[in-house]
Each structure stands twice: as C-alpha cells, then as structure tokens.
Design a protein around this ligand. Structure first.
Ligand SMILES: [Zn+2]
Length: 401
C-alpha cells in the first residue's frame, strides 16, 4: 500500500489545517476588534463638551461621581468569576417568551398616556400626545460587536420601521444594554431630538446624529420637546463602554412631565435619598418605570433590585409601577423571572399597584396587565439573597418592603 500515507504524514496536514484555522480566527477577531468594536466603543467627550463637563458639580478630577460612595459595584475578580461560573440554572428562559408582536397600525393615534414595554429598558412613552422613545436597543446583543456578548432572549416586538413619528429619543447612560450603536445609526436621521446625559452626545455624533439635534443635560436640567418637559434626574450608577472611559459620561433617570400626565423612568440606579426630592419637585407620577432586574448583593450600589425598586416608586410618589430592566438579557446571577416574582411580593407587602406587561404590550390607565405571564421556575427570595445599597439613612431604608 505505497500510496497510503503514514500516520505521521496524515497528522501534518491536520496540524496545518488547525494552525490555518487559528490564524484565520485571529485575523477575523482582529478585524472585528478594529472595526466593529472600535466603532461601538463610541467617542469620548472633547472640546466644548469636555469644558462643560468640567464645570458640572457632579464631576471630580474629570470623572462623574455619585452623591453617595460606591462600595459594592461588582468589580472584584471574585464577582466576575461567579458571573462566569455560577448563578441560577434559570438565568435564561427554556421556552419561548410570550412576546406581543406590534405593528405601526397600533400606534397610528398618539395617546394621552400609554407606556409600551419593548423589553429590558426599551420603552415607548406617550404622554399628552407626545412620543418619547427610551433607551432603544434593537441590536441582537448587548455588547461591543455582533459576534459575542449577551444575546437577547427574543427578537424586538416592534420593527424599527414600525415606530410612529417620535418627538425625541431619551438615553439614560452609555452602557451597551441602553445605548446601542446599530439602533442609533438606524434612527439618526428619523428622530428630530436626542435628549441625553452630559457627555453621551459624543457617542451619538460619532454614529451619525447631527450635533444640532442633540440636547445634553446635567441632573435637574430639562428640555421641552413636543409639549412635554424632559427632566434629567439623579441616579446612582456608573458609565463606560470600554477600557479607560469609566464615568467619563453622566448617567441619569428621566421625568416626562406633560400638562396632564407624568411618567418617571429610573434609568439604571441604586437606592439614594434624592428620589424623595424627585417626588417633591416633579411628582406625583401616573406611572413609574423602574429597573428591577440585574441585581446582586455584590453590586448593590449600582443597581436597585426588586425591593428597592418598590421603595423608589414610593419615594417619587408613583401611582402605578412598571418594573423594567429584566427579561431580555442575562446580565446577573439570579433566575430570569426572579425580578418579577420579587416585585410582585414586595409590592404586595407595600400595597403598591404594579403592571406586568408582556414584552411588546402597552399599559394605559384603562388597560393594566397585572397577571403573571412568565413560567413558574425556581427563584430566591429577598431574605435568601438580599440586595441592599450601602450608605442609606434609616428614613430611606424604612421604605424598602
Ligand atoms: Zn448600566
């Protein structure tokens, strides 16, 4: 069998193939890093924008700071290892999520008060005939590139092309699950006004939004758009999309204040006393949209968790609470349904009214979805895995059910 190659002779082409595959992967990776990731990182503030940031009362040494110290922010190596290894076996749904598919026809007429939850923190807020789109994420992944990072559990309930005419897009901060480059690029020419926290405009400009359409606000500053006031409110969080840009741009919540109706969106935040001031100055709110997912004891100074979300609802003087920032991306160690289960339980203790829209579903004063729609899977209670922000006065702690 002279033509049959020896074992060693067959191993060489295989090894060569493997080496070529590794080299090709490395080149592809480098190309992705160079182009896709580079762009998605956005741009840092410079020039006049940087000067203005320097004058903000919330900046120390060129970086934005919270009003309370950040002790638990999840940045330890141990926490990262836990995130990769551990957590609930129910972090992702095992069956399709019951999404309510929407079309442009559903939004043909503007509403006096309607909030449509498009998953995670993407919300279409309609107040007194004006339309504001919050933290729009239509991308496949909350990550710097389309090929890695956390993948969404279900496709967007409404196509980008199905969005009604918008008065503004509002952004809470520059994290990937709130500020999505492909979505910004797709909307750049369609949206007349972009209202964002200080510094975030640099990213928008890098992705094609005309500077004349961008309004950047510090906490408590406001813009009037489409007959409503959009007020930036304090939050306790952080920002950054890559290495070295941590807290270079601001994070905030938003109040949408119309002549007849008011809606509050928390953005990403931990608990802080300033929410009472939000309630005094801008409340009461017909609806509050408050982040209730992606929490952990290890990062309780940057995210609320379900029980503290209910406390924020009370502090800002909310009537109906809609928990958001859950059920789309696997960003924490808890089960995917746990935020909703724990909000339900905490709201019961506090006698707070809560709406649980399915992804894509709208909430109006006449249609308040309250029935649990998610599957019954194991979850941990507030006593088993508490998430409590540090540095709070007793008066604020007392509001956590
Ligand atoms: Zn965030």
């Amino acid at each position: 069998m002279a033509d049959r190659p020896s074992r060693a002779g067959r191993r060489w082409p295989r090894l060569l193939g493997l080496l070529l595959a590794v080299a090709a992967a490395a080149v592809a990776g480098a190309v992705v890093l160079r182009f896709a990731v580079d762009d998605a990182l956005g741009a840092g503030p410079s020039g006049d924008r940087l000067d203005r940031i320097g004058r903000s009362p919330h900046v120390r040494g060129g970086r934005f700071v919270n009003t309370l110290p950040t002790v638990s922010d999840g940045s330890s190596i141990g926490t990262f290892w836990d995130f990769l290894q551990g957590g609930s076996p129910w972090r992702r749904p095992r069956r399709p999520v019951p999404v309510v598919a929407r079309t442009a026809a559903d939004f043909a007429e503007p509403a006096d008060l309607r909030v449509t939850w498009l998953g995670h923190s993407t919300l279409l807020i309609e107040v007194d005939g004006s339309r504001v789109l919050v933290d729009p994420v239509w991308g496949e992944r909350a990550a710097p590139a389309a090929v890695f990072g956390v993948e969404r559990f279900y496709p967007p309930p409404l196509a980008l092309s199905g969005l009604p005419p918008l008065d503004a897009v509002v952004i809470s901060h520059d994290h990937y699950d709130h500020l999505d480059m492909p979505t910004v690029e797709a909307l750049a020419d369609r949206v007349p006004r972009w209202v964002v926290p200080l510094g975030v405009g640099a990213h928008l400009e890098a992705w094609g939004v005309d500077p004349s359409r961008i309004t950047e606000l510090d906490w408590w500053e406001e813009a009037e758009v489409g007959g409503v006031r959009l007020v930036s409110t304090p939050a306790r969080h952080f920002s950054g999309r890559g290495l070295g840009d941590r807290n270079a741009t601001l994070w905030s919540g938003w109040a949408v204040v119309g002549p007849e109706h008011r809606v509050f969106y928390s953005g990403d935040t931990a608990l802080m006393p300033e929410f009472a001031e939000v309630g005094e100055r801008l409340g009461p709110f017909d609806m509050t949209l408050i982040e209730a997912g992606a929490y952990d004891a290890a990062w309780a100074d940057v995210h609320l968790g379900p029980e503290q979300a209910v406390a924020v609802h009370r502090m800002v003087r909310g009537e109906l609470m809609v928990p958001v920032h859950w059920g789309l991306f696997d960003l924490a160690l808890h089960g995917w349904t746990e935020p909703a289960e724990r909000v339900l339980s905490a709201a019961g203790r506090a006698e707070v009214d809560v709406a649980f829209p399915r992804p894509g579903e709208s909430v109006t004063p006449d249609a308040v979805p309250t029935e649990p729609w998610w599957p019954e899977v194991p979850w941990q209670t507030a006593i088993e895995t508490p998430a409590v922000s540090t540095g709070l006065p007793d008066s604020v702690r007392a509001l956590v059910p």
